[in-house]
Design a protein around this ligand. Sequence first.
Ligand SMILES: [Zn+2]
Length: 110
Amino acid sequence: MRIVKPGREQKGWSIETACTGNGNGGGGCGALLLVEEADLFLTFRNTFRNARDETTTYVTFRCVSCNVPTDIQSVPLRVQEAVRQRIEAEKAETARRRQAESEREDREGK
Ligand SMILES: [Zn+2]
């Protein structure tokens, strides 16, 4: 394939947002931040609703300036899904490393 006329530059998802501490007790420093997909992680809170416990998932970033976490609402679903998959992959990788480490220790008779 060849490009006849270049289209717009494809960038990953990002958003300009303020550090507010929203959903995490406030206390953000108010800095305006450019938050990218790689900055996001998931947080979970249990609430008691409709006579049962429900877990709500929030998409969160941590301010590079003051370290306060802020929840953001306006994250597209596909980005949320990508964050979820990245975290799952990281968890699997950590588990795999631990497993390899313990097998190595077994072999070495520790
Ligand atoms: Zn901050």
